[in-house]
Design a protein around this ligand. Structure first.
Ligand SMILES: [Zn+2]
Length: 256
């Protein structure tokens, strides 16, 4: 029997398209990434598994990994979902629940605004290995909100998924990963787990309501991705963490 997991990388993707920019990964690259993952020793688990592992309710295999997508772009259905299903990989898709069927018209969005999945498409996807989860309602930075406006985004997006997909969401991702103490407190009250945008690998010591993720934009070089899968990516990860921290001081909202 293999050793239990002490850490779990949670991959963060946005758009799978040829749109370019920091939130797009080309479909062919994504396919190769997933193919290498399938050939590796890693086992893909759900965020539900990660939450139970973090609480100490269950162990995970030493090489466990979770896959997440932010924003709910239409290209998830076209270019990511068929690949995920072919490999039998569970994933979580975080959607801003009052933007469904519209475009990414939020701060930091792509210049050529990409379309977002509508409720009928999300309903179909939610019946598969993909888990649809809330990303707030309007894709605003929660750190800028207080009181009822904050509750609308955190609890309101959960209730939108209850209405539209008849499901009780247990996972959350705040837009831009930006939270205040009051936002974190509310997230912890309404959800079992929440993921942020700090570049790193989640451990049982990580804040369960602000878990770090692996920014997959850095791993479009497939040799680097292979190194990560082989456990040789440590130095590169630390370098990216340092650079991201520096850039964070310059532009705190670098990503959506
Ligand atoms: Zn987002």
């Amino acid at each position: 029997m293999s050793k239990p997991a002490t850490q779990v990388p949670i991959l963060m993707f946005h758009s799978i398209s040829d749109a370019g920019g920091p939130t797009s990964i080309a479909p062919d690259t994504f396919k190769s990434m997933m193919s290498k993952l399938a050939e590796s020793d890693y086992e893909v688990v759900s965020l539900e598994d990660v939450a139970a592992w973090h609480r100490g309710d269950r162990e995970l295999p030493e090489k466990a990994m979770a896959i997440t997508f932010d924003d709910g772009f239409v290209d998830f259905k076209d270019h990511a979902h068929p690949v995920l299903e072919a490999f039998n990989f569970p994933s979580t898709l975080f959607v801003p629940t009052r933007k469904t069927g519209e475009i990414e018209d939020w701060y930091g969005g792509h210049n050529d605004q990409r379309p977002l999945l509508d409720w009928p498409a999300l309903q179909t996807l939610d019946q598969t290995l993909a888990d649809i989860a809330p990303h707030g309602r309007n894709h605003v930075a929660l750190s800028t909100l207080e009181g009822d406006a904050l509750t609308e985004e955190i609890a309101g997006s959960k209730s939108d998924l209850e209405t539209e997909l008849s499901k009780t969401s247990t996972h959350f991702a705040p837009p831009y990963g930006q939270v205040s103490p009051s936002a974190l407190e509310q997230i912890a009250r309404h959800y079992d787990l929440s993921v942020g945008v700090e570049h790193g690998i989640a451990t049982r010591s990580s804040n369960l309501y602000d878990l770090p993720r692996i920014e997959m934009f850095y791993y479009q070089d497939l040799a680097r991705w292979q190194d990560f899968l082989d456990g040789k990516g440590g130095l590169y990860l630390k370098l990216r963490q340092a650079l991201r921290t520096i850039r964070g001081f310059v532009n705190p909202v670098a990503y959506s």
